[in-house]
Structures are given as structure tokens and as C-alpha cells.
Design a binder for this molecule. Structure first.
Ligand SMILES: CC(C)(COP(=O)(O)OP(=O)(O)OC[C@H]1O[C@@H](n2cnc3c(N)ncnc32)[C@H](O)[C@@H]1OP(=O)(O)O)[C@@H](O)C(=O)NCCC(=O)NCCS
Length: 287
């Protein structure tokens, strides 16, 4: 992939991700997300795993350098003719100088050239700068995404849990109603999540995708009950067993769960976390 020639009027140089080592790319990502709503400290392996699981194109994604230092990062993922802006960040000293808009415009123009049909993204609702940038370009909200946290039960139910690779749950979801879930919850993404992510399930019951490796929290990506078996308390039963595995740790699902599942989450004992995201989409066929 050829490097983009530097603009004679600007010292910025756009380097495709494919030409960078993971440590340099991760350091650039962290520098361009400084002061973000949540602390961002991406390790090189975290970035590599995200690229694989989310289908981020290392030829479609760039780090922008100025005088040798990273000033912008734009990550673009693609599956079929659907594209996703997986990250957009500008180093603090270069914000409000048009670089974010330029990177976004280039991502949109390249998606149009590839004849992609949509470009989607997620943005925290309290991120006013990013929201007004995206709305100004024509992105429209298609969903609200919430995060949930559940403090583990004092007396957990310890029904046995089966452990499987994430691909097992992804395959179950792919035969059902996985449409309308955000990119990071799609079966294609879930199937490529590396260890320590694992599927836990009970025989004939619900499944959940979890990471039990952290001392402070059990991370939950999603709970799934096959369509024919819903409404029978199977998800509640799984949560009881999961609470036993959690051994006092809270169980937390990040802001990727469509708001239409909020009631369901509350019934399982979860509370809604304060930050929420918007899933936004730009339709490209009309451009
Ligand atoms: C969001 C972000 C990428 C914008 O990049 P930027 O280079 O500062 O943006 P630009 O200078 O190109 O500004 C483009 C538009 O964005 C909006 N915008 C940018 N900063 C803003 C701010 N502080 N307040 C309100 N609107 C803002 C405006 O609509 C602006 O257009 P205008 O200048 O004509 O008013 C940058 O603030 C950033 O890196 N933030 C941290 C990471 C992040 O939040 N990324 C988005 C994740 S979804």
C-alpha cells in the first residue's frame, strides 16, 4: 500500500495502519484519545485483537503524523458493503483545527468509492464535540446503547456452567435474530474474540459471553437465549450461576446493549450505568 504523499502545504503525513508496528499504533491511539470520557490505555495486543475481531482494515485505517508525532487516528472496519468508523481521535493540541473533519471526510469519500452502502459508528451521548461533527456530516441516530452493572448476589445459585469458545455462541446467534445489534455484538465479531473471552451456558438454557480473568469485575458482552426458549426464566437462572463464578465481583456489560433491552436487564438485577452511546449511521448510496 503506497504512502499518501505529504501535502506541500501541510506537514501532516498519513500512514496506513498496515505500515506501523502494533506498539507504535497503540501509542498513537492513546495519544489521540487523551482526555477522553473514559481513560484509554490500549495495549498493542488489545489493538491487534480489535483489528481481527471487528474486521478493521489495516489498509483503510490511518495514523496522521506531524513532525514525527501522531496527531490523528482514524480506524475503519468493513464487512461486505457495510463500513464502520471504529475510532476517530485527534491529539489535544490539534483539536478544533479541522483534522477530525478531514479524517472523517476521507473515510466517507473512500467508503463511497468502494460503493459501501452504510458507514456506522457509536458515540457517547455526552461527547458533544464528536456528536456535532457526525450530525453535521449527516449521520443519523439508529439506536441508543446502554451499559449495565450488577452487584453479585449474596447467595448465588450454583447451577453448573459449561465453558466454550466464543464461536459457539456466535454460531447460535447467527441462526437467530442477530440483526439490529451493533457491530461489536454481531456474531462475526464475537466469533473472533480471543481468550480470555469465553461462552458460558447451562444445558438447554441461556448462554453468555464473559471474561472472568479480571480481579475487580466480571466483564459481560451479552446474554442470549435461543428464540424458542425465551420468557421461561433461563437468563435469570444463568445469571444466578454467573454470580457464583463472579464470587463477589460486580458483573458489568459495556455501553453496547440496545436500550430496548433495558427492562430485561433490570429484571435480571442490573442497573443502568450513567454513560450511554448512540449508534449512528450514514447512508452512502444517496451521496
Ligand atoms: C471528536 C474529535 C475527533 C474532533 O476532532 P477535531 O479535529 O477537534 O474536530 P474539527 O476541528 O475538525 O471540528 C469539526 C467539527 O466538530 C465539532 N467540534 C469539534 N470540537 C468541538 C467542541 N469542542 N465543541 C463542539 N463542537 C466541536 C464542530 O461541529 C466542528 O465544526 P466547526 O469547527 O465548524 O464548528 C476530537 O475532539 C477528539 O479527538 N476527541 C477525543 C476522542 C473522541 O472523542 N473521539 C470520538 C469518538 S466517537
Amino acid at each position: 500500500v503506497p504512502r499518501t504523499p505529504p501535502d506541500p502545504h501541510s506537514p501532516d503525513t498519513w500512514i496506513p495502519l498496515v505500515e506501523l508496528e502494533w506498539p507504535e499504533a497503540a501509542a498513537a491511539f492513546n495519544a489521540c484519545y487523551a482526555g477522553y470520557l473514559l481513560p484509554v490505555q490500549l495495549q498493542p495486543d488489545d489493538l491487534r485483537h480489535r483489528v481481527v475481531a471487528e474486521a478493521i482494515g489495516t489498509d483503510l485505517s490511518h495514523v496522521v503524523f506531524s513532525h514525527g508525532a501522531p496527531v490523528g487516528v482514524v480506524l475503519v472496519a468493513r464487512r461486505g458493503r457495510a463500513a464502520r468508523l471504529a475510532a476517530l481521535g485527534v491529539a489535544p493540541h490539534r483539536r478544533r483545527s479541522g483534522l477530525g473533519r478531514t479524517m472523517l471526510a476521507r473515510a466517507v469519500a473512500e467508503a463511497v468509492l468502494r460503493q459501501d452502502l452504510t458507514l456506522e459508528l457509536e458515540v457517547f451521548e455526552s461527547n458533544g464535540a464528536a456528536l456535532s461533527l457526525y450530525e453535521g456530516v449527516g449521520f443519523r441516530s439508529v439506536d441508543r446503547l446502554l451499559g449495565f452493572e450488577r452487584i453479585a448476589d449474596p447467595i448465588p445459585d450454583d447451577q453448573p456452567l459449561r465453558h466454550d469458545e466464543p464461536a459457539r455462541l456466535a454460531a447460535e446467534m447467527a441462526t437467530g435474530d442477530a440483526a439490529l445489534l451493533p457491530w461489536q455484538l454481531s456474531p462475526e465479531t464475537l466469533a473472533r474474540l480471543p481468550p480470555p473471552w469465553t461462552t458460558v451456558s447451562q444445558v438447554g438454557g441461556s448462554s453468555a459471553l464473559i471474561d472472568l480473568s479480571r480481579k475487580d469485575v466480571v466483564q459481560l458482552r451479552l446474554i442470549h437465549t435461543p428464540p424458542g426458549r425465551r420468557g421461561c426464566g433461563l437468563a435469570r437462572q444463568l445469571m444466578g450461576a454467573l454470580a457464583a463464578e463472579a464470587a463477589g465481583r460486580p458483573i458489568r456489560a459495556p455501553q453496547l446493549i440496545p436500550a430496548r433491552y433495558e427492562d430485561f436487564a433490570h429484571r435480571l438485577g442490573f442497573e443502568t450505568m450513567t454513560l450511554s452511546q448512540r449508534r449512528m449511521s450514514l447512508t452512502l448510496e444517496l451521496q
